[in-house]
Design a protein. Sequence first.
Length: 203
Amino acid sequence: MPDSASANIFFKKLKKVPFLFFKNIKGDWTSYVKDCERLYKKHPEYTSDVNAKPWDKKGKSMTDDFKVYRDAGYTKHNSKIWKTTGKKEKLTLEWEEKIAEQLPLENYIVTPTLQTPGQTLPYHVDQFLYLKRNTNSEYILRFLIFMSEWKSGHYLLVNDEILHKWRAGDCYVWHPDSPHIASNNGLENKWTCNVTGVYKAKI
Ligand SMILES: [Fe+2]
């Protein structure tokens, strides 16, 4: 069970900063990215964009919100995102647990995510629909791991602060209420890995 006192302390700490560098997650990131590239080629249908139809009815309100992005000029050509949870049946890689066990989370979901060059995930706040429904916890948190060394043109904007120049395995976290934008304006694929779960005090 999560220790609510320490969860409160951690969430309060996150409220005070745009984002927090948590730690560098150990792993063979070069081979993990290769595994992800293979999975992407095998399952391109896990790609979505601002025209996406939800595979889950509960996701409907979220995709209705995409109208604001379409009205702003986002299209299927500049908002593509591929992730292993892009369809009902999650794709799983064998090293997911090795990564997640380095984080203070339980009931976690590991989601490798790809943005190809020219794609943007516009301004949003994470919803955590699946975990909220399944855990009822108020301490759901997402850690973001950068799977490769930073390349020029790869950015995140979190609470209006730029996050860039990361190292492979660097893991960041921010308060769940924080708006953010992810963009690949570079020349190479940008791979990140979300680990989302319920905060627990000790690992
Ligand atoms: Fe997000």
